[in-house]
Write a protein that binds this ligand. Structure first.
Ligand SMILES: [Zn+2]
Length: 217
């Protein structure tokens, strides 16, 4: 199996060029996912990034030249076979980053909310009031202490509420970006909040007109 390249009509990738042999080369994907290009004993040779090869491991960005004039990129061959496995593999990190960022936003702002609402400042005021009861403080210090003891919880609740109000906006922004990034590499359809591993098990895009292959081994 693999993508055969050549002048003959029964190749997977047909090239009508004077210097291209009838069966010129073949691109296969190994069991481990590596791409291997092999020259099929062509008359004018196969080159990868301008070096002649008999058999070579290649990547999507490599340039293949058949004979002296006809060039194409490995990625073009893959696309002709509906192979989007390299692009799909990159979505693994997109999904993982989305989940961890979501958890991060929730835990970070919940912590801040609790922090503000824990009212550590009120303790200072209460301490001043206690000091007055023990006869160690002036009346003006008592007034300041009472003000602190009352206003600290008020501000604490106010800022705590303000912090937690940011959560929906941040989560919405994150979700919007995720909808842009977590899409089928071929048809661009949003893949939903479905774990990458679950999509991998489906092997292809479920959009009928697309059917991009997400795994090709
Ligand atoms: Zn698709």
């Amino acid at each position: 199996m693999g993508i055969t390249i050549g002048k003959a009509e029964d190749n997977a990738f047909v090239i009508k060029d004077a210097e291209v042999s009838r069966y010129h080369a073949v691109l296969t994907r190994e069991a481990n996912g590596d791409l291997l290009l092999r020259d099929l004993d062509s008359t004018n040779g196969t080159y990868v990034n301008d070096c002649q090869i008999i058999k070579k491991k290649v990547i999507a960005g490599d340039k293949i030249t058949l004979g002296t004039s006809y060039s194409l990129f490995v990625s073009e061959l893959l696309k002709s076979d509906n192979d989007y496995s390299d692009e799909f593999a990159r979505l693994k990190d997109v999904y993982a980053d989305y989940i961890s960022e979501k958890v991060h936003i929730q835990s970070k702002y919940q912590f801040k909310t609790r922090l503000f609402q824990s009212l550590p400042f009120a303790v200072i005021g209460i301490f001043g009031i206690l000091k007055w009861f023990l006869g160690n403080a002036t009346n003006s210090l008592l007034i300041i202490s009472i003000l602190v003891a009352i206003s600290a919880p008020v501000f604490g609740v106010y800022f705590g509420a303000r912090q937690s109000a940011k959560i929906p906006v941040l989560l919405q922004n994150l979700a919007n970006q995720f909808k842009i990034d977590y899409v089928c590499p071929k048809c661009g359809t949003f893949l939903g909040e479905i774990p990458w591993e679950s999509l991998l098990n489906k092997k292809t895009c479920s959009i009928t007109s697309c059917k991009a292959k997400w795994i090709c081994t």
